[in-house]
Design a protein around this ligand. Structure first.
Ligand code: TYM
Length: 390
């Protein structure tokens, strides 16, 4: 287990909320006050909901980037199970299985527990507590504007749960608890990231700075009071894969909630399933294949999928496939997807077959996550003026 770094970050850039680099350093401080302590490593946090199967959108939009970032960042990747119950009527038997499956896929995709902390959100109680504290600082109008809420609420009608409205605040809590510098997400989550930044900025201006400083002395973490309470994070969205589209409609997002199973390829789909889905996927009647033609969303999407699975550049994909017909391209795409997913599926099986392995990883991950989250939550309670046990 790596040691918790307790020094100030060295950052000179101004913050998006207008505070200067020092305030940002304060928020990142986990407080030894030791000037010689090494700089805190930048931190990354992200998560996927354990609802249904993880598909290529989740994988290319998020999980694959978890793997890329784990070498350079102090990484926290959680399975956000508290987010999976906002429908108001989830199946309790499925939640546990889905949670284990999601964690297993993180590891199978290359998240390495010796580099990254993998844990389950509900194993760290501070997520729920911080969500409540942030709720009280978040104007309801900010939440009512969220596109995902509006879309899902329209579908849920009168049964829409308070949790669905409040969901982005819980997501903000997930991120802010770890003082994450960077949050890898697909494009659909960028609005929630903006909201997280706004909430952090509001908490900082309501309770940070001079107000907190006037309380004198040290915060429970050992950092000096004053400055930002929370660190304002940045989103990280990949250039390719940030928005993988449906197989049955190239202009709508690939999604777990689409009732048509043929609209998505799941990471654990068998070669036969993958082949059938690609055979039936929507195409167009244009000649050849191309990127960047707004009238050809399916061509853009399926070529990008090929590019992501093969690791080729756009130019190489066009040189190889630009003059092809759909009938020639589809088998090529099928082969590339199967080839890309097959080692992940092999590792997944090994991980899930090894008794106690996943549980051990999640236990260690939760221990480390609790350690970091508890530092933040105690500082937030302090800044908000809660009487703390002594
Ligand atoms: P979720 O579970 O819907 O999706 C998980 C991740 O996959 C990305 N994604 C996509 N990327 C590209 N193309 C697609 N078609 C596609 N569909 C989904 C999502 O953008 C996301 O990154 N609220 C979040 C989970 C969450 C979270 C967090 C994320 C909760 N707390 C804290 C980051 C940090 C969600 O519902 O993602």
């Amino acid at each position: 287990m790596r040691r918790l770094c307790r020094a100030r970050t060295v950052t000179t850039r101004a913050n998006a909320d207008g505070t200067d680099g020092d305030a940002r350093d304060d928020a990142a401080d986990e407080g030894s006050g030791d000037a010689k302590a090494p700089a805190r490593r930048k931190r990354v946090l992200s998560g996927v909901q354990p609802t249904g199967s993880i598909h290529l959108g989740n994988y290319f939009g998020a999980i694959r980037n978890y793997v890329k970032l784990q070498d350079d960042y102090d990484a926290f990747y959680c399975v956000v199970d508290l987010h999976a119950i906002t429908s108001g009527a989830h199946d309790p038997r499925e939640l546990e299985a889905s949670t284990r499956m999601s964690a297993g896929i993180y590891l199978a995709a290359g998240v390495d527990p010796s580099k990254a902390n993998v844990f389950v959100q509900s194993h760290v109680p501070a997520h729920s507590e911080l969500a409540w504290l942030l709720n009280c600082a978040t104007p309801i109008g900010w939440l009512e504007k969220m596109i995902q809420f509006k879309e899902k609420a329209r579908k849920a009608g009168e049964d829409v749960s308070v949790g669905l409205l409040d969901y982005p605040v819980l997501m903000a809590a997930d991120i802010l608890l770890y003082k994450a510098d960077l949050v890898p997400v697909g494009e659909d989550q960028r609005q929630h990231l903006e909201l997280t930044r706004d909430i952090a900025g509001r908490v900082n201006s309501l309770y940070g700075g001079k107000k907190w400083k006037k309380m004198k002395g040290k915060a429970p973490s050992g950092r000096s009071r004053g400055g930002d309470v929370l660190l304002v994070p940045e989103a990280f969205t990949p250039k390719e894969g940030g928005r993988v589209m449906s197989l049955t409609d190239g202009s709508s997002k690939m999604s777990k909630s689409n009732p048509a199973e043929g609209s998505r390829i799941n990471v654990l789909d068998t070669p036969d399933e993958i082949s059938k889905k690609i055979k039936r996927c929507k195409t167009d009647t244009f000649e050849g294949l191309e990127f960047g033609n707004p009238e050809r969303p399916e061509s853009q999407n399926l070529l990008t999928m090929y590019q992501l699975c093969t690791g080729l550049s756009q130019e190489e994909v066009i040189a190889e496939c630009g003059t092809m017909r759909w009938g020639d391209f589809k088998p090529k795409l099928t082969e590339a997807v199967i080839e890309h997913l097959s080692p992940i599926q092999g590792r997944y099986k090994e991980i899930m077959d090894e008794p106690g392995y996943l549980e051990g990883v999640l236990r260690d991950g939760a221990d480390k996550a609790n350690e970091v989250a508890n530092i933040t939550i105690r500082d937030v309670r302090d800044a908000l003026g809660f009487y703390q046990p002594r």
